[in-house]
Write a protein that binds this ligand. Sequence first.
Ligand code: ADP
Ligand code: UDP
Length: 242
Amino acid sequence: MERKEQLYTGKAKSVFITESKDHLVLFFRDDTSAFDGEKIEQLDRKGMVNNRFNAFIMERLEAAGIKTHYERLLSDTESLVKRLDMIPVECVVRNIATGSICKRLGVEDGLDLQPPTFEFFLKDDERHDPMINDFHIRTFKWATDEEVEQMKVLTFEVNQVLSGLFREAGMILVDFKLEFGRFNGSLLLGDEFTPDGCRVWDVETREKLDKDRFRRGMGQVVESYELIASKLGIDMAGPVTG
Ligand code: ADP
Ligand code: UDP
């Protein structure tokens, strides 16, 4: 399926309409941003790596019974997805405390979180994605109560599936962000799951392998994404079928 005109452009991906009203093309760019778009750089090969990474993860989630928008790879940097009516909130699960939760609550960086914790954030860069709760979502009608419950259940299911996958490959899935949207009356996982939107540490050394390398200017960002991918057995050069 060919991409037509651009629908919108985000910080890391561009979204195109197709001849099917129910589908979109996600184009993964090399642009990498942090701090709500304050720091932006082009990182060679990142679009390709994230497109392939996301495809692998979405296929694993589908295989585990979690419904996603993902249809198929169209090229090295493009994927075909179902067009969702996106819910403007980010769902974050944390297995280990790091990043914003440490600043907000003063908890020790690296603390094991048992049970894992969950947070909603409003997708609003201008306001620095403020943390919100179920009541805000209900009052401002960003989603129904049923959708709120489904987002929580599905995000923890994703955590269950992916934590195991990363653990078996010698890594810890520290935390991650998901976005959901509506399609023909059901809630599907949308957007992406890549090292841009999660934290992954080496299980032995606890070395950071994800976008924190970019946020902190540690270098070897895309190389590190490729290392995660190779540990997970993701084939970056496999055929694009369809
Ligand atoms: P950001 O919005 O954070 O700048 P991106 O650069 O990743 O992020 O932009 C992708 C945009 O596409 C996001 O706004 C995301 O919510 C949206 N999106 C992702 N998947 C779908 C989908 N299946 N249908 C409609 N919109 C989607
Ligand atoms: N995250 C994301 N997009 C955002 C905010 C957070 O993908 O707009 C991811 C981030 O990569 C991490 C998790 O969500 O895996 C939790 O991020 P946190 O709240 O600690 O924010 P940060 O420290 O990145 O500001």
